[in-house]
Design a protein around this ligand. Structure first.
Ligand SMILES: [Fe+2]
Length: 312
């Protein structure tokens, strides 16, 4: 069982945690302190800026009519396409005026308790590096394009901004109950790979989908994946694929709906009922599911990433 000694309501200082709470131990680089914050943003050169611009142009062509309205509005309001990797000071200033959030550079994936702590304080940790041309189409580590293009526009939406802060606060409770995997699944199927509905049409709000070209089409239009209405208890019991397109996407009605279903739930009760591992495979369709589309799973049956299976 995790050992955490801080009170739940005080998020001003990092929690003291025992090593057993870590899902994946990370080696902290020497130049960062316990908060894992980089002293300054990386100095991107013209080649880096060109990678950002080209990634941006590709997504900007794909996403109208696919991304949710709040994302497109945030992209516009924060003017993330003004050229080159955005300057975090400028971005934080503008985002701060909208919702009180800031964007802070971190060297790599950071430990769960540090990530939660930053979110609880309305700071979004973003990778302090950008992919190269060699990894232009796919990179597993979240770089500045994934983190800023994918996540930051929605932080300008007041309801989603509150959801993210509450998620950070909820993380500490999950650690105390040793249920980080379950909370991780919720993050995965909402913040990273969530779909929503607008005027009866499916739209994307998950950053993992929004920041890449293949999944934006696959998630919405592919015959292969399941599309199922979000049920929090069910999602927190569901395994997920970290290095390939998702076999299943979960759909919310709105951010207010998401907030209501999660933040206003008693997670103590949920955690008491959950087992340590996942109950459902990531492609499973349950009798209790409200299914919008039952996928063929053809893409994954044919081998998924690394095979020649079309993402259809
Ligand atoms: Fe992400």
């Amino acid at each position: 069982m995790a050992t955490i000694v801080e009170p739940t309501s005080d998020f001003s200082a990092l929690p003291q945690v025992g090593g057993e709470v870590f899902t994946a131990p990370l080696q902290r680089p020497q130049h960062v302190a316990d908060d894992w914050l980089e002293p300054r943003q990386h100095d991107y050169d013209s080649q880096d800026d060109a990678v950002w611009d080209d990634l941006f142009a590709r997504q900007a062509e794909l996403l109208p009519g696919r991304a949710c309205d709040a994302f497109m509005a945030g992209l516009d309001r924060l003017d993330l396409g003004r050229g080159g990797v955005p300057d975090f000071a400028r971005l934080s200033h503008e985002l701060g005026q909208l919702t009180g959030w800031s964007v802070v550079p971190v060297p790599m994936l950071i430990p769960d308790h540090v990530f939660f702590w930053h979110l609880a304080n309305r700071r979004f940790p973003a990778g302090n590096f950008i992919r190269t041309r060699a990894t232009f189409d796919y990179i597993q580590e979240p770089d500045v394009f994934h983190d800023v293009f994918g996540h930051v526009p929605l932080l300008s939406d007041p309801v989603f901004a509150d959801y993210m802060q509450e998620y950070g606060r909820a993380g500490w409770k999950a650690m105390r109950h040793n249920r980080l995997k379950a909370l991780g699944a919720l993050y995965w199927y909402t913040v990273e790979f969530g779909l929503t509905r607008e005027n009866g049409q499916l739209r994307i709000y998950g950053a993992g989908i929004l920041s890449g070209p293949r999944e934006a089409v696959f998630a919405l239009e592919g015959q292969s994946p399941n599309r199922i209405m979000l049920d929090v208890d069910r999602v927190m019991r569901t395994d997920y694929a970290i290095d390939d397109l998702q076999p299943t996407y979960f759909v919310i009605e709105s951010f207010a709906d998401l907030y209501h279903r999660t933040v206003e739930r008693d997670f103590n009760a949920i955690y008491r009922e959950l087992s340590a591992g996942f109950t459902y495979a990531n492609a499973a369709v349950l009798e209790s599911d409200e299914v919008l589309h039952r996928g063929t799973q053809e893409y994954h049956t044919r081998g998924g990433r690394g095979s020649n299976a079309p993402p259809a």
